[in-house]
Design a protein around this ligand. Structure first.
Ligand SMILES: *[C@@H]1O[C@H](CO)[C@@H](O)[C@H](O)[C@H]1NC(C)=O
Ligand SMILES: *[C@@H]1O[C@H](CO)[C@@H](O)[C@H](O)[C@H]1NC(C)=O
Ligand SMILES: *[C@@H]1O[C@H](CO)[C@@H](O)[C@H](O)[C@H]1NC(C)=O
Ligand SMILES: *[C@@H]1O[C@H](CO)[C@@H](O)[C@H](O)[C@H]1NC(C)=O
Ligand SMILES: *[C@@H]1O[C@H](CO)[C@@H](O)[C@H](O)[C@H]1NC(C)=O
Ligand SMILES: *[C@@H]1O[C@H](CO)[C@@H](O)[C@H](O)[C@H]1NC(C)=O
Ligand SMILES: *[C@@H]1O[C@H](CO)[C@@H](O)[C@H](O)[C@H]1NC(C)=O
Length: 403
């Protein structure tokens, strides 16, 4: 991996002035062909869901006649009290080396009380040592997107960065919440995003840094709408990104973020959306377990708002050598490892919302510092707990990666 990386540094620098080539596209009828389905209850963020396996996913991931990829919450099953609802978490079977620019065109995002969707990337192996980049993420009735970078210690967000979003006060990317940036452009999440026809995100993963842009539908640059396998992609006129973590003295991105795979998921409640304080911020109810009790059980509240409609996800790079099949990545990913796992284990359904156990341990750790999540700097006190850290800290029983 290391030598591959160094080789790619040259590619990347050379590519800056030139158009990048389309090296991977997820779209149309084949959108879901090359993803792993988690196949396990949400032990990543303690949401009240079973992330179903591929066999059970047919009503939750599918392509519409017009070619949009749908990723949905189960909104038809009657869920008995204290049981989880079916949902999906999928991860790309390819990893993408540094030097990749992702373009994600989304027509609809899931939103609403208890709903916690994300489109993000993660490295293979230990979290957060291999890096995690949250491109699209929000909970409940939030009206803006929140982006984040998660790394091992030794990487912090530079100050005075040329970005249009608002970084959280915490600049260290290694604590549980990572270093977050709140989107300031309008219509980046929730009902407004959907009613506005959606929009496009681009994420550049480069030796020069990690950068995320967002454009609402009417403002998508022609360099993106006109990009094709023959023209490639020119990012030179995009202007300042919404979020930027430039490589420099505060963080060497090459050393902190390894090849990334894409992840798309929706969970319900859990360690962020279900936190008492977080849930009450936009859903006006801080009674015990309100997130689960009000939304998840019985017929549920997931009518027409709890699904992604994705037009495409594309990856551009100087060379398709940046696309690495998971079979070539050493150490099988947790996702593929878990795909064969049984989902018959016992998920801690009743408790996870509001996370009775979580609220004490978790909300102290993220952006807000001790006590409660905070909106300072715009970040809604997200709470991310990797298994490893949680286990060490004895805080919570969470295994695996987090958002
Ligand atoms: C960042 O790390 C890479 C890989 O170790 C190294 O080649 C590069 O020189 C570093 N960049 C800076 C600015 O230190
Ligand atoms: C708050 O949640 C509880 C538990 O689900 C529910 O009984 C109550 O009706 C909710 N209150 C409001 C105002 O939504
Ligand atoms: C259930 O979700 C689907 C998306 O998967 C949506 O099209 C449908 O309208 C929803 N059903 C109801 C009754 O709202
Ligand atoms: C990379 O591009 C070459 C030349 O177009 C092609 O032959 C090869 O199959 C591609 N590899 C992948 C993994 O897409
Ligand atoms: C992959 O990882 C295993 C265990 O860490 C190691 O024994 C093996 O040598 C590695 N293989 C390669 C090709 O790096
Ligand atoms: C998928 O999950 C269901 C429900 O847990 C299980 O019955 C089934 O055996 C699984 N299928 C595969 C192929 O793992
Ligand atoms: C949630 O808030 C309610 C009312 O403020 C409180 O009674 C309950 O103990 C809280 N639950 C947790 C898990 O913090």
């Amino acid at each position: 991996m290391r030598s591959a990386l160094l080789t790619l540094l040259c590619f990347t620098s050379a590519a800056l002035a030139a158009n990048l080539n389309l090296v991977k596209e997820y779209s149309g009828s084949g959108f879901f062909d090359e993803w792993d389905y988690y196949g396990h209850w949400d032990d990543l963020t303690n949401g009240n869901v079973i992330f179903v396996n591929k066999t059970d996913s047919t009503s939750l991931t599918y392509v519409t006649p017009s070619g949009q990829a749908i990723v949905a919450i189960d909104n038809t099953t009657f869920v008995p009290a204290n049981n989880p609802r079916n949902a999906v978490s999928i991860s790309s079977q390819d990893y993408f080396e540094i030097g990749t620019v992702f373009v994600i065109d989304v027509a609809r995002l899931p939103w609403g009380c208890s709903v916690w969707p994300a489109i993000w990337t993660r490295g293979n192996g230990d979290w957060p040592a291999t890096g995690e980049i949250d491109i699209i993420e929000g909970v409940n009735r939030m009206t803006f997107n929140q982006m984040a970078l998660h790394t091992s210690p030794g990487c912090s967000a530079a100050t005075g960065t040329d970005q249009t979003g608002s970084p959280s006060a915490n600049t260290d990317c290694s604590p549980l919440s990572g270093c977050t940036v709140k989107e300031n452009k309008p219509n980046s999440f929730g009902d407004d995003f959907n009613n506005n026809g959606g929009g496009v995100w681009a994420m550049q993963f480069d030796v020069s840094g990690i950068f995320i842009w967002f454009w609402q539908r009417s403002e998508i640059p022609s360099s993106i709408t006109g990009a094709s396998s023959t023209t490639g992609l020119d990012i030179s006129a995009w202007g300042p990104p919404s979020a930027a973590w430039p490589s420099g003295p505060s963080c060497n991105i090459s050393e902190h973020v390894s090849a990334q795979q894409l992840v798309i998921d929706i969970t319900l409640c859990g360690d962020w959306a279900g936190l008492n304080t977080t849930y009450a911020q936009t859903c006006d109810n801080s009674t015990y377990n309100a997130c689960y009790l009000t939304n998840v059980q019985y017929q549920g509240t997931y009518t027409d708002d709890a699904y992604f409609a994705i037009n495409y996800i594309r990856a551009f790079a100087a060379s398709n050598a940046t696309v690495v099949p998971e079979s070539m990545i050493n150490g099988t990913s947790s996702a593929s490892g878990a795909s064969g796992a049984s989902s018959t284990g016992t998920p801690p359904v009743t408790i996870s919302s509001g996370a009775s156990s979580a609220s004490s341990g978790l909300s102290g750790s993220p952006t807000g510092g001790a006590g409660s999540p905070t909106q300072t700097g715009g970040a809604l006190g997200s709470t991310y707990v990797p298994a490893i850290l949680a286990g060490v800290a004895g805080v919570l029983v969470i295994t695996g990666l987090s958002f």
